[in-house]
Design a protein around this ligand. Sequence first.
Ligand code: AMP
Length: 249
Amino acid sequence: MKVLVAIKRVIDYNVKVRVKADNSDVDLANVKMAMNPFCEIAVEEAVRLKEAGTASEVVVVSIGSKACEEQVRAALALGADRGIRIDTEDGPDSLSVAKLLAKVVEQEQPGLIILGKQAIDSDSNQTGQMLAALVGCGQGTFASEVKVDGDTVAVTREIDGGLQTVSLNLPAVVTTDLRLNEPRYAKLPDIMKAKRKPLAVQTPDELGVSVGSKLSLVKVELPSERQAGIKVGSVDELIDKLRNEAKVI
Ligand code: AMP
């Protein structure tokens, strides 16, 4: 079984996000970029399936500018076999990404397609769902456990108030939640080996997809600053402040 994993290049989660002076977008000038953390979990899961003998090949795909190849190489160093980059401007919307991924699925015929549950830059949480609809297959989103058994996969999903397990026929789309696994770090020899692994570049035209966006970004703002807290000397003082200053009781 072939596993296809979609990975997105995003701002590193350790970086404090800055907004451009005109509020038109997040400022990405000289900012450290990385693989979306949920995509790292997706790569790890695919590599574990290969190590367990369940998967025969792990193919990673990223959609964006040449800079994304850094994240594709990172996934190859973690154990993926082959990479694909679809060459677009950065920031295509989720529907365009899903349409492009659907074409890659048609081309590669994977048994399992793993995505992150959401990208930490746009926080959309919709690409996997759209992809499953376009491909016409089942979806197991927010996965905290994935067990492939023959032609089906059991996906345990983190839902409000508990866990839900669904059984899906393969091929299926799975999106990863935080507790699915703990991704490994790449070892230096694997980083060197990854440089020689195949990485193909395709264009949306070659895949017959026109990339556009039905969304326009209106404004980006930082959350308002939290006011510093104060220490009160007694319960009476607390009640007085809540009643007369904050006016919440
Ligand atoms: P989103 O729906 O944008 O929150 O993204 C969910 C998941 O879709 C990500 O974790 C990736 O697995 C995949 N994805 C989104 N955008 C891209 C992209 N440009 N290239 C590859 N995969 C992507």
